[in-house]
Design a protein around this ligand. Structure first.
Ligand SMILES: Nc1ncnc2c1ncn2[C@@H]1O[C@H](COP(=O)(O)OP(=O)(O)OP(=O)(O)O)[C@@H](O)[C@H]1O
Length: 468
């Protein structure tokens, strides 16, 4: 079955790559799916962050918080499982899960899986941060519900972009590798089976516009046969123009008996309103995000005359920060590339993580950093948001984060710095401030009720103290 299980895709001649997941060879190319919607600004950032997280994630994120469960029928008993065996899965599926190295369900899976696999099927809205096991959970639900003997689409999974759809497909491929006769097909731009052709794959993964076309324009999918409808990355989805409407139209065409599952990493009101349009009578599962804190972080600042003096200060710091690993934050791409170039020209080894880099190159860069092959990463907010590089011990603010009106962006300050002191580890943050902006430090101290200590980067003895 493994060979038959390769993704089917018709080459479109654009840029991204579709891999043959068994052999890791490029079997096709494509591009981020802009199709009927447009991906720009915030939505592109969100989709890229999500993709980056997926590309980089090797293990589960362990949340310290408890799962909150709201049952559609509060009187029915609440089941949770501590092992995959308790779910009475097909043997070949269990083999697939163990082959992936999963020993036991993640926190969210403990509650979500019994609901998702219940008979009669139950609808679910689940929210938890990236990396907590949502994808694995709904892939398992799809694989356990399909009938391998029936050669037509039975599950639909909507993803916001071409790339994210491929990532989900990769999990289906891996988890289902022992499931004989189950196939997945990608409803993505560029992949166009002829009108009237018969689809044999049971699982369809695609972007909303193309799935809609396959259901109604091309009549490749008989909607009455769909028993599981998954909408993944709802928070990214609603930010792509056109995707919400297309998703709602696909959903409306599903039979009443179809199980509806919706997942999101965040849950603002807009995501919630959208979720309610997609999923009737839902059970709801939420897992709080790990909260960032400045508790374990020593904060310093050095006051400088201008950009050049900030640069000298950073050079003086270089020896100290490369004892560990550091991220240097700049306010704009332009400053980030100027800085990394200047540091390299002066013989310092640094890597530039720029928003101009394609996502796969960014992932490579972050991976190199994680492996310790790069010691200093120069970047901007946009690029680094949402990426956790746990071993970072030092954050340097080459520029303090500010909002468009010039006021301090406290949230970004916390996000930049909060990452250094995670899991109880000690972190160090150094902000380089031009004279005119020193007042901002006081605002930060007041806002977080914290202390930022003055440092003189010209005094090497003093610099050594930051590690004490
Ligand atoms: N029960 C489990 N045991 C061990 N590892 C798991 C388990 N479930 C998922 N994983 C792994 O943890 C990582 C995150 O899981 P998954 O991708 O399902 O999370 P997610 O919440 O969907 O995150 P994202 O939205 O970023 O994809 C993946 O590498 C996945 O293989």
């Amino acid at each position: 079955m493994a060979a038959k299980f390769l993704p089917r895709f018709w080459r479109s001649g654009s840029q991204a790559e579709l891999l043959d997941f068994q052999n890791n060879n490029v079997v096709a190319e494509g591009k981020l799916d802009f199709e009927h919607g447009t991906l720009k600004g915030k939505s592109e950032d969100l989709a890229n962050h999500s993709l980056l997280n997926k590309l980089l994630r090797r293990t589960l994120v362990d949340s310290p918080h408890n799962v909150e469960v709201l049952q559609r029928d509060p009187t029915s008993p609440l089941f949770s499982v501590k092992s995959f065996e308790e779910l009475h899965l097909k043997n070949e599926l269990l083999r697939g899960i163990y082959a992936m190295g999963f020993n036991r369900p993640s926190k969210i899976q403990e509650n979500a899986l019994p609901m998702m696999l219940a008979d009669p099927p139950q609808n679910l809205i689940a929210q938890s941060q990236s990396g907590t096991g949502k994808t694995a959970a709904f892939v398992l639900a799809m694989l356990s519900r399909v009938d391998a003997n029936k050669k037509y689409p039975q599950c639909i999974c909507l993803s916001p972009t071409f790339e994210l759809a491929l990532q989900t497909g990769k999990v289906v491929e891996e988890m289902g590798k022992f499931c004989a006769g189950i196939e997945v097909i990608y409803a993505l731009r560029g992949n166009r089976p002829g009108k009237g052709s018969r689809l044999e794959a049971q699982i369809v993964i695609g972007t909303p516009g193309t799935v809609l076309d396959w259901c109604f324009k091309l009549r490749l999918i008989t909607v009455e046969n769909i028993s599981v409808f998954v909408l993944d990355e709802a928070d990214v989805m609603i930010n792509v123009q056109g995707h919400s409407d297309h998703s709602v139209r696909v959903k409306r065409s599903m039979p009443k008996s179809c199980q509806m599952l919706l997942f999101s990493a965040t849950f603002e009101d807009s995501v919630w309103a959208f979720a309610e349009r997609i999923v009737p009578d839902p059970n709801i599962i939420k897992l709080k995000k790990e909260e960032l804190t400045l508790k374990n972080i020593q904060q310093f600042y050095d006051q400088c005359e201008n950009k050049e003096q900030k640069y000298s200060a950073l050079c003086n710091l270089y020896g100290v920060i490369t004892i560990a690993q550091a991220i240097v934050f700049c306010q704009t791409r332009k400053i980030a590339s100027w800085l990394s170039q200047k540091l390299s020209d002066d013989g310092h080894q640094v890597a530039l993580l720029s928003g101009e880099l394609p996502v796969y190159d960014r992932a490579d860069m972050i991976q190199r950093f994680r492996e310790g092959r790069e010691k200093v990463l120069v970047t901007t907010n946009v690029c680094a948001r949402g990426i956790d590089v746990e071993q970072v011990s030092i954050v340097v603010n080459f520029d303090l984060p500010v909002n468009v009106d010039g006021s301090v962006d406290f949230e970004t300050y916390l996000h930049r710095i909060g990452r250094t002191g995670r899991f109880g580890k000690k972190g160090i943050a150094v902000s380089l401030i031009e004279n005119f902006f020193v007042y901002m430090l006081k605002e930060i101290e007041d806002h977080f009720n914290t202390k930022i200590t003055k440092l003189n980067s010209m005094d090497m003895d003093e610099m050594g103290k930051i590690w004490k």
